[in-house]
Write a protein that binds this ligand. Structure first.
Ligand SMILES: [Zn+2]
Length: 324
């Protein structure tokens, strides 16, 4: 999204580029007129240079962005969430499990037969929706993550299967009224500095609270890859949920910026599969400018505003910085 969008376009873009829809009381008012706009934006040009993998199906598109590093993308639902399968010589790690609308387990089984560990970038519903299909789920085990593992009822996630959230309807046989976040077991704890060994590949866990208390990034030092979850992606970054903490977010972003010189690619959790690490510094500077009043807010929908920063933006509650 550019910083020149006007409000109706911005609104449509939000519907196609959002994250963090787990908090039901935060659901924006939606306009039917945005439906066509959301779907018309697809496919995103950033995917054009990538080959769609044969493991793709009608719901998931799979792209091998790097050897053994697969983006599992849900393009036709407005979150455009991307889960990541990272395959080593002896194990594989699934970083997020998507909306839980279609069967991500089936896709993963087509990609690897190795023993599989699951962990989540954070516990918003669009990232943990398929967790119930897996056994070995690593979690930060903080209050937010534990509460979310109990699941959410239909009412909390109904918007995610509403007509305006979908371009091609739901997968065959999936009933909108049956949609919910199914509870899932937590197997073991991940923590800042934990190393996940996959055989020939090592992932390091970096705690980056802010977007949610349980947000983590994954760093592969050997390759310079950083999986950023919802802490950074190219789109409106949602920072308005009750569980979002600005101070923590800033500290986490500063930590990622410090890593940037050693990074070769960012792999975010929404919209587009790859971003240049240089944008992290731009995001931190933009975040500070937003808080100090140096960026003009634009109304996103009643009670929520967006602050444009180059090709992405921050979405916060109106009046969030009035005390400054
Ligand atoms: Zn989120």
């Amino acid at each position: 999204m550019s910083n020149r969008v006007f409000v109706p376009v911005l609104f449509a873009a939000l519907l196609s580029a959002c994250a963090t829809r787990g908090a039901v009381d935060e659901t924006p008012v939606q306009a039917d007129s945005t439906l066509g706009t959301f779907c018309d934006r697809l496919p995103r040009p950033e995917f054009a240079a990538l080959d769609k993998h044969g493991a793709s199906d009608d719901w998931f598109e799979v792209y091998e962005v790097r050897p053994g590093t697969f983006a599992i993308y849900e393009p036709w639902q407005w979150q455009e969430v991307i889960s990541w399968l990272i395959v080593g010589d002896t194990r594989a790690l699934l970083f997020d499990t998507g909306n839980g609308i279609a069967d991500i387990r089936r896709v993963v089984d087509r990609l690897t037969g190795l023993p599989l560990t699951v962990t989540n970038s954070h516990s918003h519903a669009d990232h943990v929706g398929g967790n119930h299909a897996f056994v070995e789920i690593l979690s930060t085990m903080d209050d937010f993550a534990i509460a979310r593992s109990q699941g959410l009822p239909y009412e909390a996630v109904a918007d995610e299967v509403s007509p305006q959230a979908l371009c091609h309807g739901l997968p065959d046989g999936y009933q909108a009224l049956s949609h919910r976040l199914r509870p899932y077991p937590l197997y073991d704890r991940v923590y800042d500095g934990a190393r996940i060994e996959l055989g020939g590949r090592v992932l390091e866990v970096i705690a980056i609270p802010g977007h949610t208390p349980d947000s983590i990034a994954l760093l592969e030092r050997a390759s310079g890859y950083l999986w950023t979850g919802d802490t950074f992606y190219m789109g409106p970054i949602w920072l308005y949920a009750p569980e979002t903490d600005f101070e923590a977010y800033r500290a986490s972003m500063a930590r990622l910026v410090a890593l940037a010189p050693a990074l070769t690619a960012l792999f975010p959790a929404h919209n587009t599969p790859e971003a240049n690490p240089v944008v992290l510094a731009q995001a931190l500077a933009g975040f500070d400018a937003m808080r100090s009043g140096d960026i003009e807010a634009e109304l996103a929908w009643p009670g929520t505003v967006t602050y444009p920063v180059g090709d992405f933006s921050f979405l916060v509650k109106q009046g969030a910085f009035d005390a400054r």
